[in-house]
Every structure is written in structure tokens, then in C-alpha cells.
Write a protein that binds this ligand. Sequence first.
Ligand SMILES: NC(=O)c1ccc[n+]([C@@H]2O[C@H](COP(=O)([O-])OP(=O)(O)OC[C@H]3O[C@@H](n4cnc5c(N)ncnc54)[C@H](O)[C@@H]3O)[C@@H](O)[C@H]2O)c1
Length: 256
Amino acid sequence: MEHWIKDKVAIVTGGASGIGQAIACEAAKHGALVVIVDINDQGAQNTLDLIKKNSGVGTYCHTNVTINTDIEKMIKVASALGPIKYLANSAGLQTYGTAETTSEETWDQTMDVNLKSMFLVGQQVIPQIRKNGGGGIVNISSLQGLRCQKNVLAYATSKGAAIALTRSMGVDHAAEGISVNCICPGSVDTPMLRYGAGQHGNADEVIKEWGSHHPIGRIGSPSEIAKTAMFLWSPDSNFMVGHSVVVDGGLGSIIL
Ligand SMILES: NC(=O)c1ccc[n+]([C@@H]2O[C@H](COP(=O)([O-])OP(=O)(O)OC[C@H]3O[C@@H](n4cnc5c(N)ncnc54)[C@H](O)[C@@H]3O)[C@@H](O)[C@H]2O)c1
């Protein structure tokens, strides 16, 4: 039987790196027509190379997800490719600081990239999905939207709000056959995490140490998050509405 995502357009923001790259590759593996949405041109080319190596179909649209006119252009490119039915919002920025040390600029940038982008992209993608008979949206929040480390005020706030945005969008569009859910990953081995780990010493050693705090004994891989995203897009999860799925190796469940 043909895979449900075959020949359907799947838009992946942040598709040039990490979790977004893994979602783009996983979708393409099953026959989706993938649109990589990012500002990192080299990373996007790497994702396209990975997709094409596996005989998948993908295209890249340089798009700043905080700019409406960029999103408009991206929608034109995506709809020329085929019926837009799926969206993963994985573009994101990790920022650090407390209420005292976070600058207003960092606060605004964190909110714009991690949160407002989900609203702006969703606003333009939802009518397309509706026109094409329904589909799914997966937002990448974070375990830090539910509980957090110290010194991540703006990031944790943006991720908590992404959970609320997902709930609200899910409730608004469920009856139209548009599912909206989010994933709250724990630590996942991506360039973003490696950059953070590098601030504390040798990245490999720090990641091993962080992994040991997860009950499963390691951090996650981007493909583990991508497989969850595929499930949330799939008809198998149709009864899940505005939900947040924690995929964290048990990190959020243990008292350290
Ligand atoms: N890696 C983790 O441990 C982890 C854990 C929980 C949640 N997350 C979340 O997962 C998502 C993906 O993170 P990742 O670890 O893959 O990070 P990453 O840095 O590897 O990838 C993020 C991508 O977003 C893109 N991006 C940033 N600003 C953009 C903009 N304005 N317009 C378009 N694209 C933009 C970047 O260019 C990059 O390709 C993020 O939202 C992050 O907060 C990551």
C-alpha cells in the first residue's frame, strides 16, 4: 500500500540542521515532497544531498521564518511542488540568561524565532492544508517548556508558550482534519546541543555526562524525534489534538 505521505508536500522549518534535517530526511524516505525552510544555505544543501542520496525529492527555499514576505514566497514554491499537507516547525534558537541578564533584544529574537514563527508559518500554511483536504502540523517545543535548567529564561518561556500555541491551534482546527501537536524533546545530539555542550568543556565528554543523567543512559538522536514527528503527522495519531509528547529518555521523570 502507498505510504500516506507519498507525493504530499511536507514543509520543514529548520530543515538545514539537527532535528529539522532528520524530519526532512525521514519524510523524504517515505516519498514526501520536502520543502526545506531555513536561512542556513549550506546546511540546507547538505539536507538536500542526504535526501537525494536516498532517491528522495526535496527543494530548498531560503526563508527567514520571522518574516512574513519570506513565508509568502515559500508557500508559492511549496504549492508549485504539490499539495501542502504537512508542516514541522523546528527552526529555533537556544539563548541563555536570567531576568536580569537577558537583553530585550535577546528576548525578542528568542520569541520571534522560537514562537512567533509558529504563528506566522501556521497562519499561511493552515489555509493550504485545509484546501488540500487536511493534514498535520508538528511543533518542536522542548522539555524546557515544562521544566527547566537555570539561566534559560527567554528560551524556556518561548517553549512553554509553544505548548500553549499548539494546544490552541489544535483545538481550533481539529474538526477540519488538521492535526496540531508538539514534541518536547529532552537532550538531542544536534549542532545546537553540541554548541551548548562546548561552552562547558569538551563537547563529547559533556554530552556523555549529560547522557548519564537520562534514565535511558544517553541523549537522544534527531531521528528518534523525526520518527515521533512522523507518527504525529500520520493517521495513526488522528485522535491526538493539541497534545505535547515528551520524548526525553526519562529526563523529565526523574528527581536528580
Ligand atoms: N537539540 C536539543 O537537544 C533540543 C531539545 C529540545 C528542543 N529542541 C528544539 O528543536 C528545534 C531544532 O533544534 P536543533 O537542536 O535541531 O537545532 P539546530 O541549531 O541544529 O537547528 C535549528 C535550525 O533552525 C534554523 N533557524 C534558526 N533561525 C531561523 C530563522 N529565523 N529562519 C529559518 N530558520 C532558522 C537554523 O539555521 C538551523 O538550521 C529547536 O526549536 C530547538 O529549540 C532541541
